[in-house]
Design a protein around this ligand. Structure first.
Ligand SMILES: *[C@@H]1O[C@H](CO)[C@@H](O)[C@H](O)[C@H]1NC(C)=O
Ligand SMILES: *[C@@H]1O[C@H](CO)[C@@H](O)[C@H](O)[C@H]1NC(C)=O
Ligand SMILES: *[C@@H]1O[C@H](CO)[C@@H](O)[C@H](O)[C@H]1NC(C)=O
Length: 170
């Protein structure tokens, strides 16, 4: 009467094999995942654009940030963080030791939240020290960092160009 024990053992072995195979497929599919994230930012309004008493130009704008980062999420993704940066071809911005200024950031905790649009004004102040921003072209870059549960973090971005500030203060 060994058949019950034998069968239970065979079943267990089979279950463990399936589990190992599933793990292998999961990590393999993570490597094979070619994400195709998309993002778009519209400048809906320049709320105000002023020269401050100290001579710095400051801009407040309303943005519509829309993105579909669902393809960045796999079984191994903990969260995705995003930063929207602005860059313009200005001498003064370069003296800041950075070519970009952060306007907005956010964290996507799960795949269900990864397709969205948000109507917001710039969360961080956009000030240019000294020079004037009138009529200047600028680019917006949405950067994202994918934080995995295990393994290396990776980052990527989309650059959106062709924006321009108004010619006059308002
Ligand atoms: C923001 O952009 C998304 C996608 O382009 C669009 O569906 C939505 O209506 C826009 N919202 C506003 C307030 O413009
Ligand atoms: C904006 O993007 C365009 C095209 O990608 C690039 O040629 C230009 O140098 C960028 N300008 C700035 C200020 O980053
Ligand atoms: C965005 O701009 C900030 C400066 O405000 C800079 O520290 C940061 O490195 C930029 N992000 C990226 C990914 O370049």
């Amino acid at each position: 009467m060994h058949s019950f024990g034998y069968r239970a053992n065979a079943l267990l072995t089979f279950a463990l094999t399936i589990l190992a195979l599933m793990c292998a497929i999961a990590s393999f599919s993570d490597n094979l995942n070619h994400p195709s994230p998309a993002a778009q930012v519209q400048v809906l309004n320049i709320n105000w654009f002023q020269k401050q008493p100290n001579g710095n130009d400051e801009v407040s704008m309303t943005l519509n940030i829309s993105a579909d980062l669902q393809s960045l999420f796999t079984w191994n993704t903990k969260q995705v963080s995003m930063t929207l940066n602005i860059s313009a071809d200005l001498q003064s911005l370069f003296t800041w030791n950075t070519k970009q200024i952060s306007l907005w950031d956010g964290i996507i905790p799960a795949k269900e939240n990864a397709k969205f649009w948000i109507h917001t004004s710039n969360k961080y102040r956009f000030i240019d020290q000294g020079s004037n921003l009138r009529g200047k072209e600028f680019n917006l870059t949405l950067h994202w960092h994918v934080m995995p549960k295990t393994g290396k973090m990776f980052a990527n971005k989309v650059v959106m160009s062709g924006y321009r500030l108004p010619e006059e203060y308002r």
